[in-house]
Design a protein around this ligand. Structure first.
Ligand code: HPA
Length: 273
């Protein structure tokens, strides 16, 4: 069923473009405007693609953008889906399935996150080296289709260490504050209470956000390598430094940091291919 739905989406996309992307990029908060730098070959609104959910968050656009970023062939998801919007985990992750079947070899994901490590400040970039999944529901729940991946995917090598090391090197060469860290995925949409930020710090979380984990699970289920970068938009630890956070602040901090992350991602692609 899921497999057939993916094929239907692919057939539709292939009726619109034969462009062959090597990289898939989820333009979350922090890379939202990357498509401005692309030499665009084709754009397909999500609402036209069979079985795609439709985006509800205003700051996100809802289309697949195919084209060149520098010399690299990419497909960008301009607009992503969150569980808190009411979609099922299967819906949230359907586009990642489709990107894999379009033939991408790497998935690059960005997000905005709260920093639950005392060394992190608003505007810092964190390359994710591991995660803790505290989201309800799992996109892999239900009958497993072996054509997509194994029933019990191993999670030891979820994030590519070598890519993170390279990304750190690129950041430091360019004077950009960046770190590696553990992402904790929560449902949202509310931010966390002080007690919860304290808990997230205690369990080993460096950053906390409301996205990414389902997409990573589905990508790794299909053996697709992932690279994830979070932009710290609000400092959440130590608790004395906590202040109220608005979505406007989160978006503003992420937008200010975006050029740094764009630069890193572009140089990282050059390194990979
Ligand atoms: N918590 C959860 N998600 C977030 C945060 C946060 O503090 N900041 C940005 N996304």
């Amino acid at each position: 069923m899921l497999y057939e739905q993916i094929q239907e989406a692919i057939t539709f996309i292939r009726s619109k473009t034969n462009f062959q992307p090597q990289f898939g990029i989820i333009l979350g908060t922090g890379l939202g405007n990357l498509s401005e730098e692309m030499e665009i070959e084709a754009e397909i609104p999500y609402r036209e693609i069979p079985h795609f959910p439709v985006s509800t968050v205003q700051s996100h656009k809802g289309k697949l953008v195919f084209g060149k970023l520098g010399k690299h062939s990419v497909v960008a998801m301009a607009g992503r889906f969150h569980y808190y919007e009411g979609y099922s985990m299967k819906e949230v992750t359907f586009p990642v399935r489709v990107l894999k079947f379009l033939g991408i070899q790497h998935l690059i994901i960005s997000n905005a996150a709260g920093g639950t490590n005392q060394h992190l400040y608003a505007g810092d970039i964190v390359f994710i080296r591991d995660h803790v999944n505290l989201q309800p529901e799992n996109p892999l729940r239900g009958v497993n289709d072996e054509r997509l991946g194994p029933r019990f995917p191993d999670m030891m090598k979820t994030y590519d260490q070598a890519l993170n090391a390279k990304a750190l090197e690129i950041a430091h060469q360019n004077g950009i504050r960046a770190h590696e860290g553990v992402y904790v995925g929560l449902q949202g949409p509310n931010l966390e209470t002080p007690a919860e930020y304290n808990f997230l710090h205690t369990i080993g979380g460096d950053v906390v956000g409301m996205s990414t984990v389902p997409e990573v699970l589905v990508a790794r289920h299909m053996d697709l390598p992932v690279f994830v970068a979070s932009i710290v938009t609000n400092k959440c630890y130590p608790l004395e430094t906590l202040t109220e956070t608005t979505v406007e602040e989160v978006i503003e901090v992420a937008q200010n940091a975006e050029p740094k992350l764009r630069l890193i991602v572009k140089k990282l692609l050059n390194h990979i291919a």
